[in-house]
Design a protein around this ligand. Structure first.
Ligand SMILES: C[S@@+](CC[C@H](N)C(=O)[O-])C[C@H]1O[C@@H](n2cnc3c(N)ncnc32)[C@H](O)[C@@H]1O
Length: 304
């Protein structure tokens, strides 16, 4: 472990005294990173991230989220590996490729395929150890929305993408809306506090709509695609694919809210607000949804 990343090891916190919603020891990043969710090595966080992953995969029918991938990518980079589920599945899909996953916390992987490796990296503060233009696919999901100065992350990811390579970002706008009703007050309150806490830490938690303009303004891409999926909270729509992504992201939001870092409780969050929101998210008749942004772009063959 390098000196730089050694400072941001996880800490063990018993959140029970602060958030009655959580009654067991949870591991979080330290205050040196604004990341407020438990580490991916926490058992319930593992299940939560995988629920989101399989909801998204089921919507798209693959891990490419609509991107037109090269037939035989040589190198693939996953930023913010989490449980590693996306990277390991992609490593199995392309056994001839080299897949690299980076994160502050190393996931507990039972088996590591020969073509996969983990690099401990704080993408914000550490120098990136990769050559410019070296990855045929760069994938980043649910990370930028947690980081200060996420634009720097996007710029570094652009730099790491190879000529003719594919860059992918997937994040929500994280604004909850109802298609036909007012948003219930605990839901509105939860998001107001979460957003306030994020902004106080220099974090924009609504990164989804920001990717396309940043990528476009770099002038380094020959095509850019943005798909906005209105993910329902639960399976209340008549569209099976929307319901599948919605069920995964509903679990992600409820479990993510219940196990937020106790720091949020020093910022006005209460157990009542969290549980109130969770109960409203579970009511199909509320018709709640949020927009999930899937952006992919192909880098120009040359920098001409
Ligand atoms: C919400 S999870 C998403 C994981 C995965 N991309 C997915 O979609 O399931 C965000 C991940 O980013 C990692 N992370 C947070 N801040 C980071 C940083 N500054 N540098 C590297 N990884 C970071 C967390 O440890 C966590 O594993």
């Amino acid at each position: 472990m390098s000196m730089a990343t050694g400072k941001v090891e996880s800490i063990v916190t018993n959140a029970a005294s602060i958030s009655p919603a959580t009654d067991r020891a949870l591991k979080y990043h330290t205050e040196e990173t604004p990341y407020t969710l438990p580490t991916g090595t926490d058992e319930s966080e593992w299940a939560r991230l995988n629920a989101q992953h399989y909801g998204i995969k089921s919507y798209w029918g693959s891990n490419s989220a609509g991107a037109n991938w090269p037939k035989s990518p040589k190198k693939i980079l996953e930023l913010g590996l989490g449980t590693g589920v996306w990277a390991l599945e992609v490593a199995a899909q392309f056994p001839g490729s080299e897949v690299i996953g980076v994160d502050i916390i190393e996931p507990n992987l039972e088996t590591k395929p020969a073509n996969f490796s983990f690099h401990r990296l704080n993408v914000v503060t550490d120098p990136w150890p990769f050559e410019s233009g070296s990855f045929d696919i760069v994938h980043c999901r649910f990370l930028a929305m947690h980081l200060p100065n996420f634009r720097d992350l996007v710029k570094k990811a652009i730099d790491a993408t190879a000529p003719n390579g594919i860059l992918m970002f997937e994040d929500p706008a994280l604004v909850m809306r109802s298609v036909d009703k007012a948003v219930p007050s605990p839901v509105a309150l939860f998001f107001a506090i979460y957003q306030g806490h994020s902004e106080a830490n220099g974090v924009n938690c609504r990164t989804g709509p920001e990717f396309l303009p940043i990528i476009r303004d770099s002038k380094q891409f020959s095509e850019i695609h943005e798909t906005i999926v209105p993910a329902p909270m639960g399976d209340w729509t008549e569209d099976e694919k929307l319901n599948s992504i919605g069920l995964g992201l509903q679990v992600g939001l409820i479990e993510g809210a219940r196990f937020q870092n106790p720091r949020l409780y020093r910022f006005g969050m209460t157990k009542e607000i969290v549980e109130g929101m969770c109960q409203e998210l579970l009511k199909k008749e509320n018709h709640l949804c949020y927009d999930m942004y899937f952006v992919w772009a192909r880098k120009r063959k040359t920098n001409l």
